[in-house]
Design a protein around this ligand. Sequence first.
Ligand code: NIG
Ligand code: FE
Length: 414
Amino acid sequence: MKTCIKNIREIVGIVPAGVLRKQGLEMNETGILHDAWLLMEDDRIADFGEMGTMPTDADAYIDAERGLLMPCFCDSHTHVVYVGSREGEFLDKINGLSYEEIARRGGGILNSADRLHEASDEELFEQSMARVNEMIAKGTGAIEIKSGYGLNTEDELKMLRVIKRIREHTPALVRSTFLGAHAIGRGYDHDEYVRLVAEEMIPQVVQEHLADFVDVFCDEGFFTVEDTDRILKAGEKYGMRPKIHANELAVSGGVQIGVKHEALSVDHLEKTTDAEIEALRGTMTMPTMLPGSSFFLGLPYGRAKDFIEAGLGIALASDYNPGSSPSGDMRFVMAMGCIRMRLTTVQALNAVTLNSAYAMGVSDEVGSITVGKRANLILTKPLCPSHAQSALTLIPYMYQTPFIKNVILNGKLI
Ligand code: NIG
Ligand code: FE
């Protein structure tokens, strides 16, 4: 089946085949084509070009009516599998408690773990799937989902099986990360729990093929560099690549230990010194920033510009979770990248598409307009910028205006 989208005002996010991430000055580049068409064949991008060269033999045509066409957002860091909410803690925060204080009182991640323990598999699936559908409607086409609200072997497996079920039921591309080391589970002492994660949970997760990656919350009050090293070594035995929570609450050493273990990404990075930037240069690790949690918790925003000036790429992701970022709106993430982190619109676009796809190991498949990749696309309503060269600027600038007309996943309108 060949479907041609015609009368596109502008295609943005065109990337040559084989380019899997952008770094340094490349962050300033994106391929743009004006007055264009794009051909989808089944679930793939087959071709694109200027209107004068439009193919006449497509099976169906979609009139873009001068809208903008861009790749779907990729969200490389989420915790969307949970039940209920934590609005009580929201009020605690308003009244002045910090994220760490709430956690120390037994709230936070442990609060979500208690609820998950009580919930049926069905309830967990239904509620999580609703979040995934909400994200898709907002333009996200690839989602990484972490465990980490189980905090004992049985409940971690329960979460990961739900992620697997989501993967089988959604048109979005899903990757799964084992985050047993998210907090110390109730009833365990610290060392006993780290041993449990490394020696009992990881082998079982691997045996059931439940996770693509392994993650550790390497931060003050949670897991140390030594714990992280031990857990990542256990994952490495099975070829599990790390994605690390690092430097959210303190300069934790998480970046360096992540790099040592060839992490695919190190995420959060609200508290970063020049040493972390230096440690990341010349590596395969994608620094990933989560402005949604900076916004919600009132933390500093990551030093995105400094990373790019040092020749690095950055990815942006939502961190969608009930405690530090209760939103999976990647357009808002892109807007915060521009407004609070001073990224240009093109840098922000690269951060929420190609680089975030890289940070979840799928940038050969999604994250750009590239022939052969999945046709995961956002089509906007007609956009008429007053003087901007590219209508792309309107997306993060008027960040609440409902510009998105269609989300297309695997070549199909959602
Ligand atoms: O990425 N920082 C650690 N984990 C999550 C928060 C999880 C929660 O509070 O439920 C995060 O922000
Ligand atoms: Fe997180």
